[in-house]
Design a protein around this ligand. Structure first.
Ligand code: BGC
Length: 312
């Protein structure tokens, strides 16, 4: 009997794994590091091993496993192939095909943020909503767009690639994708740190950010403590993100905008500052659209990946 399935969410830093019952109950979750060196050749074998080791550890036979869903930080076409995943250093990879080969189990693949939107719509902040924009703010910026209850994956699997929406044409530094001026360069965890470095160089004021490791969390912590430089940095970040979300709203007109990914751990402070700029720039009809935190937090991806299998 098919009693179990796995949801795997491959991120730029960690691979999140979840063992689920086929009724959608999460039994166990764990993480392993993402080895992006050597063009990321170890990533899928590591993920497959994590699944097989867990089956062994829990005495689960492969006949009991319905399949494995995998969220990948890159465009994923309907066959489960990825033409490139810039933050994993991947060129073309047949994710679903390779995973099936490594595990001897059925595998489905989807874009990580599309899959997170699926998770949030299934059991989280977007439950019941038919039109949703979800942005994940992590190593990159991902997007999951739901229109009339369906994920918009698009012709090349690049539907919802909001992180590579070009929002600053005069940018001279290149994004990992090769273009200059992508939203991801300002609104991801790495983008926020980049903005922080720029601001610390440009201004001479004292700031706690001049000491210790400069991370997205440190910037938001300092912002909450009213550090003058951190306020300047977060305001810039929020203007880029809030402004971009207002553009996506003009295309999708969602019932709700959901913010997830590591940066969303900043909580209500993130919502408040992004909302301020969203409301400033959004078209009148969508000015009051609620912006909320992902309820499943970092688990949205594993839930959505499991749902890819369970939907079959
Ligand atoms: C990738 C997206 C992904 C996002 C978040 C972006 O750089 O292009 O496919 O969803 O990062 O991981």
């Amino acid at each position: 009997m098919l009693q179990y399935c796995f949801g795997i969410d491959i991120g730029g830093t960690t691979i999140k794994c979840g063992l689920f019952q086929t009724d959608g109950c999460l039994l166990e979750k764990w993480e392993i590091p993402t080895r992006i060196e050597e063009q990321g050749i170890n990533i899928l074998p590591d993920a497959a091993k994590a699944v097989l080791d867990k089956c062994k550890e829990r005495n689960i036979s492969l006949e009991e496993v319905a399949g494995v869903g995998v969220g990948v930080p890159g465009p994923v076409n309907h066959k489960g192939e990825v033409p490139c995943a810039v933050n994993l250093h991947w060129a073309y990879v047949d994710v679903a095909g390779d995973m099936e080969k490594y595990m001897g189990l059925q595998a489905k693949a989807g874009n990580d943020a599309n899959v997170a939107a699926l998770g949030e719509a299934w059991k989280g902040a977007a439950e019941g909503a038919k039109n949703v924009v979800l942005a994940t703010l992590g190593t990159g910026v991902g997007g999951g767009i739901i229109v009339d209850g369906k994920i918009v994956a698009g012709a090349h699997g690049a539907g919802g690639e909001i992180g590579h929406a070009n929002i600053k044409h005069e940018e001279t530094q290149a994004c990992n994708c090769g273009n200059c001026g992508c939203l991801e360069q300002y609104a991801s965890a790495t983008g926020l740190v980049r903005l922080a470095k720029e601001q610390l160089e440009a201004d001479s004021e004292e700031s706690v950010l001049r000491m210790g490791e400069l991370t997205a969390k440190a910037v938001f912590d300092a912002y909450k403590d009213k550090d003058v430089l951190a306020i300047r940095i977060v305001e810039r970040f929020a203007e880029y993100l809030g402004g971009a979300l207002s553009i996506f709203s003009s295309v999708v007109d969602p019932e709700v905008i959901v913010l997830g990914g590591g940066v969303s751990k900043a909580g209500q402070a993130l919502i408040d500052c992004v909302e301020k700029y969203y409301r400033k720039y959004a078209f009148t009809a969508c000015k009051e659209t609620p912006i909320v935190l992902a309820e499943l937090g970092n688990d949205a991806g594993i839930y959505g990946a499991a749902k890819l299998v369970l939907e079959e």
